[in-house]
Design a protein around this ligand. Structure first.
Ligand code: URA
Length: 441
């Protein structure tokens, strides 16, 4: 077998479209890339061929399986004798999307076990690990035994991908990031699912975003991704469903690393923003059903709301903070007080209905210090934005719209300028779109 022949087969020739690859051909490429016998330039060409020619549902399943088998998988029963079902949720990423943070303790407080392997900020979107690391001493670099012990103790644990878990994705994702091959439904499906299956989940709920601040801008592309994720997960023996949700403007009032931890505390204290709570309950209730703790979505929503009202979900979050090395008393003590010293404010330039572009806000946040321009950049815990007014609100000229925090005076100035471009003032009230567009099962 020759890598070049497989690349040509997938790419197609002249007016003949690329063809479906066999298990052996996909395995040859993935295994060869991981063991170093296939170089970056051939894998790059293959990824570009997939980007243009696509993959069938069958090929996507094969690719996911090959990537999964490239490394270790976590067996929570073997490690700690834990009994499933283990349930997790994955979001395709957005701005102000902190849903995993309130959701995990809410669902865990109902008795569902959640092994959550999360990521860092990607492009203009925020990352759960970066947010968690803004909690002093919170450790996301767990080994498999620590991960299982914390799940046993507190019902959920949150860690980053280790060197041993899906090394094929580590290498392929880094290459996709620099070869313009991220936005491909089969490649995204295989990348996400190989990691989610490796962490030991039995059931998966996906939040697939669409809109200005999502990787998939159109509802039809997002719908295709959602159905590939759900069907591939099901073909691998996992229960699964997806919600298609809007990501046109940031979720919640706070965007940042520590600022989103602070908003998480507010959610768990019963003071969360309506959009964040709506999405949290929509996703959490489906996890509760998969975990056997609710008979249907409605019952799940009622139970999740009660977990917040009773304070059980907040206690669960604080238990986890302690188990992963943080100090819950310190975290509660700094609520509402911890802010970067480099602060500014933005005011309405005219009367009108406010619109806030999620993508431009995400880019502004990178420059404030919340995210990275290159992978070696360090993120700043205390940078970010607090919105006083939000998408669709009518504002008067001169009214305060938001507070902005940067990692340095220069970062603050450049982030602030970009934020100005993310805001607009319309004469007509923008159409109020539903947050949850549909469910794919
Ligand atoms: N997140 C992932 O883990 N992989 C992708 O390909 C895209 C988003």
């Amino acid at each position: 077998m020759r890598a070049a022949d497989i690349i040509i087969k997938k790419r197609g020739t002249g007016n003949q479209k690329g063809q479906e690859l066999s298990q052996e051909e996909i395995e040859f490429l993935v295994n060869g890339y991981v063991d170093g016998s296939i170089p970056d330039y051939q894998m790059s060409a293959f990824l570009m061929a997939v980007y243009f020619s696509g993959m069938t549902f069958g090929e996507t399943g094969i690719l996911t399986g090959c990537m999964l088998r490239s490394g270790d998988t976590i067996d929570l029963e073997k490690l700690k004798g834990l009994k499933g079902p283990f349930v997790d949720k994955h979001s395709t990423g957005g701005v102000g999307d902190k849903i995993s943070l309130p959701l995990a303790p809410i669902v865990a407080s109902l008795g569902v076990k959640i092994p959550m392997m999360s990521g860092r900020g990607l492009g203009h979107t925020g990352g759960t690990l970066d947010k968690l690391e803004s909690i002093e001493d919170y450790n996301v670099n767990l080994n498999e035994e620590q991960f299982a012990s914390i799940i046993e103790k507190t019902g959920f644990a949150m860690m980053g991908q280790t060197e041993k878990i899906v090394p094929a994705d580590k290498k392929m994702y880094a290459l996709r990031d620099v070869t313009g091959t991220v936005e491909s439904v089969p490649l995204i499906t295989a990348s996400i699912l190989s990691k989610k299956v490796a962490e030991g989940s039995d059931a998966l709920v996906f939040d697939v975003k669409c809109g200005k601040g999502a990787f998939m801008k159109s509802e039809s592309d997002a719908g295709q991704l959602a159905s590939f994720l759900v069907k591939t997960a099901q073909a691998m023996g996992k229960s699964s469903c997806a919600l298609l949700t809007r990501m046109d403007s940031p979720l919640g009032f706070k965007v940042g690393n520590y600022l989103e931890i602070e908003e998480t505390l507010e959610c768990l204290q019963g003071k969360g923003p309506a959009d964040v709570m709506e999405l949290t309950y929509a996703l959490a209730s489906r996890m509760a059903v998969f975990g056997g703790m609710a008979k249907d979505t409605e019952d799940g929503i009622a139970k999740c709301k009660e977990a917040v009202k009773s304070g059980k979900a907040l206690s669960k979050f604080l238990e986890n903070v302690k188990a992963q090395g943080g100090n819950p008393d310190k975290l509660l003590g700094e609520q509402g007080k911890r802010r970067s010293k480099f602060k500014s404010e933005l005011f309405a330039k005219q009367d009108g209905f406010l619109t806030v572009d999620a993508y431009k806000t995400g880019i502004a946040c990178i420059n404030l210090g919340v995210g990275r321009n290159k992978s070696s950049d360090k993120v700043d815990a205390d940078s970010g934005i607090i919105f006083c007014r939000r998408q669709g609100d009518f504002v008067k000229k001169g009214e305060k719209l938001l507070e902005v925090y940067g990692k340095s005076p220069d970062a603050l100035e450049s982030g602030k300028q970009q934020l100005e471009a993310a805001l607009d003032f319309c004469e007509e009230k923008p159409e109020e779109k539903k947050l949850v567009l549909k469910e794919i099962k």
